[in-house]
Design a protein around this ligand. Structure first.
Ligand SMILES: Cc1cc2nc3c(=O)[nH]c(=O)nc-3n(C[C@H](O)[C@H](O)[C@H](O)COP(=O)(O)OP(=O)(O)OC[C@H]3O[C@@H](n4cnc5c(N)ncnc54)[C@H](O)[C@@H]3O)c2cc1C
Length: 395
């Protein structure tokens, strides 16, 4: 159905081999000991990725990336998603990839020099600070964080949480109300805040399913107390914060779906390998059980169908833009998140007690990817928005 050009086939096979040979052997250390424990060796792997010419697959050629289309990146991302550290090694991990994209699109020349260039080089990390504990993140037009103009500066005060990867990041893109009198979609702006600015406090890494994590693999609670940044740190125009956030979330959602397909493939592979080797009686393995056979067949069908939906959406975005594909993005966001959950659950069940341990990556993904149905819009919000538009066409 989709043609894969020879250049991309070559890239995909190199990425696949790199993931298997260089990254998978590190993943259990990452899961057991945390991000900082493997960061030095991951930096060496990043250097190897640069030397292979595969750095920044999703970024335009002008900015030093591979210039892949979204469709092409989807196929690469599926390979990288097979290990929890794949995207990081290629510098296309959330939340940095989204921040790169909005800086490319909306950043001034100075902002690109100060924030984007080192981010693209992999010298620094970043985070995106929008959600607040006091308000429903599903409706981010309601927020308390304010940025008040004081001559040539903004003074920011606010409380955020789930600022992923803030631990060790050099800067945050902070959503704050700058125009309280404006309509609800025009009140907020995005402001670039270096995290070493006085008044920025990282209160804790929030424990998620029993793990606070560290570094890139963490989600922080943040307080901004009288944080002063120059007005030149405004990203885009004042009051355009939500428009830029939508700009960021559209590609962000499809990037997640592509990564989840990778996780599904790996979980499927682990499930099948285990099923054919685990003897439940002499000469009889799990693979001989019809329940397991059903899970294998159901998972294969669900993953294949999900992949078609994701690639078709990516293709539509490449040809017609994000706005034209907003329904498809909502559909894949909740659908693939649920396929991911089913496939992971079956793979974990097939592994029995081993599935509950951290001797495979399954339990790590089971803990951390439950959030797939919540971040970047909970399932219910995507279903509501897409169903509303479908039903409108009948009225
Ligand atoms: C692991 C993780 C990482 C995250 N990373 C970031 C980040 O980097 N930066 C950032 O700013 N935020 C981040 N978030 C926050 C995330 O975007 C919010 O959690 C999400 O938007 C939901 O907001 P909420 O948690 O306040 O839930 P609420 O908005 O309070 O919603 C609670 C529940 O209510 C239901 N619900 C909500 N609205 C509707 C509706 N209209 N119809 C029906 N049901 C509804 C849903 O089931 C939802 O799960 C992250 C969250 C997680 C879990």
């Amino acid at each position: 159905m989709f043609d894969i050009p020879p250049r991309l086939k070559k890239i995909l096979s190199t990425v696949r081999e790199f993931v298997r040979e260089e990254l998978m052997p590190l993943e259990l250390e990452f899961i057991h000991d945390g991000f900082y424990a493997v960061e030095p060796v991951l930096n060496e792997k990043r250097q190897m990725v640069k030397e292979l010419g595969l750095w920044l697959p999703q970024i335009p050629l002008d900015y030093g990336g591979l210039g892949l289309s979204l469709f092409e990146h989807g196929l690469v991302s599926q390979e990288l998603g097979q290990t929890p550290i794949g995207h990081y090694a290629f510098n296309c991990q959330a939340p940095d990839s989204g921040n790169m994209e909005i800086l490319i699109e909306h950043g001034t020349a100075e902002q690109k020099e100060q924030f984007l260039r080192p981010l693209l080089n992999g010298e620094i990390r970043s985070c995106f600070s929008m959600t607040e504990p006091e308000h429903a993140g599903s409706n981010p037009t309601v927020m308390s964080t304010a940025a008040v103009a004081d001559r040539d500066q903004y003074v920011i005060n606010g409380h955020k949480w789930f600022t992923s990867s803030a631990d060790g990041a050099a800067f945050a893109v902070v959503m704050a109300i700058t125009n309280p009198e404006a309509g609800r979609h025009n009140r907020a702006s995005q402001i670039l805040v270096p995290l070493d600015t006085p008044g920025v406090e990282r209160l804790r890494n929030v424990s998620v399913m029993g793990e606070a994590g560290d570094g890139w693999a963490s989600h922080a609670e943040m307080r901004y107390v009288d944080v002063r940044v120059p007005k030149t740190n405004l990203l885009g125009q004042e009051g355009h914060g939500f428009a830029i956030a939508q700009n960021r979330l559209g590609p962000g959602r499809i990037h997640h779906c592509m990564r989840w397909l990778g996780i599904c493939e790996r979980a499927f592979d682990l499930m099948c390998r285990y099923a054919v080797t685990r003897e439940i009686a002499p000469g009889r393995t799990l693979a001989d059980q019809q329940t397991v056979q059903n899970w294998v067949a159901e998972s294969r069908a669900e993953i294949n169908a999900a992949r078609l939906m994701v690639l078709e959406t990516a293709d539509k975005i490449d040809k017609e833009g994000h706005y034209a594909a907003r329904d498809e993005v909502s559909l894949i966001k909740f659908h693939v998140a649920n396929v991911l959950q089913s496939v992971l659950d079956r793979a974990l069940q097939v592994h029995g007690g081993l599935g509950m341990t951290d001797d495979t990556p399954l339990a790590y993904w089971y803990r951390h990817e439950r959030a797939a149905r919540i971040y970047d819009g909970p399932d219910e919000v995507h279903k509501w928005s897409v169903a509303r538009r479908i039903l409108q066409s009948y009225q």
